[in-house]
Design a protein around this ligand. Sequence first.
Ligand code: ARG
Length: 444
Amino acid sequence: MREINASIPFDKALWRQDIAASKAHVAMLGAQGIVAAADAATIAAGLDQVAAEYEASGVPENWDLEDIHMTTESRLAELIGPVAGRLHTARSRNDQVATDFRLWVREAMEQADAGLHALQVALVTRAGEHADSIMPGFTHLQTAQPVTLGHHLLAYYEMAARDRSRFADARSRMNQSPLGAAALAGTGFPIDRHATAAALGFDCPTRNSLDSVSDRDFALDYLMAAAQTALHLSRLAEEFIIWASQPFGFVRLPDSLSTGSSIMPQKKNPDAAELVRGHSGRIVGCLTALMITMKGLPLAYSKDMQDDKPPVFEAAGLLTLCIAAMTGMVQATTFRTDRMRSAAELGYATATDLADWLVRQANIPFREAHHITGSAVKLAESRGVALDQLPLDDLQAIDARVDARVFAALSVEASVAARASYGGTAPEQVKARVAEARVALGLE
Ligand code: ARG
């Protein structure tokens, strides 16, 4: 029982929140005359001392005391005597743990937001440097049309912006204080829940005591936002892994985020990116773990809910690492723009531009233009040359309406410059989006 019951090995991570919530509670008890003012002051000073001890030497782990709440109360009693017993008036560990955990998750949300802001700064900075750098754009991981590297990086900026809005949304929804819900039904003492809510930075108290002690949807909201963020980071990591592979050779990864092989001296492996890809699976696992823990629980608190903390703590630790790793990777990677540009020239990435030119200049219906272009690509392929290296005569043999102006449309530069629709890949569009993003991030 002692072993299965103990949560102190992991919930000691809540000690700061536990002390803060207890101080808010006892200050309110004193102000309401539920506990004598002198006793409230003694308890508050004692809590400060316990906090100082935890800060200096860590939280002691005595499994008989089960959790952080009992551990703190027991140490408080050792320090100030029986008056410590008045702290638990008008509360229960059920509202206590719900409050502590909310405070912890709120901080984790803020930390994710700050980390994602830093990632966005890195993405926008590199995108600004590479608004004009041309690379192949892919669909099905097959060369599709040339794009700019800045545009590609800004795609991840947009994902991070939505991830941040998910955390912000979750934070605003969860920022209500469960303290005072007591065990499940509220309390007969004349407590002031608005005061404790305000003292702990909550917008207001929760409105239903049963709900307050028995739901963990705020933790699930966090995990859902974390899982979505992790999926985005995993996709970005995968890009770097592919780009760093020799046949691509689009990037040289920073040494600080790579490792060597113990047997192959030439190897430089993208371990950090691979671990981001791997960790994203674990974060999704944390989300499913807590969803399944919660799914069958009747109101109100059940001990299953003690298992809410390990997946949230694990996911938060992993997410912080993943965001930091990808931020460092974006900041310090060398983009081999020469290799990217040559790759963009392979694979007939400007075939659409030939078809578009036929539509615009020769007034040919797009489907027919598509067919003519197909013949031109086939011919170029059989000769092993790029589209714009085909002699005009040969192009005209395919369709007489082609003229010399077409070559200007077939370069990769012309191709990206032409895609200047709002949100398109043209350098001018990328520069405009970078400028807006810099303002949004508070950089300008
Ligand atoms: N250690 C418990 C948890 O983390 C604290 C709440 C205990 N409440 C109870 N009624 N046994 O959930």
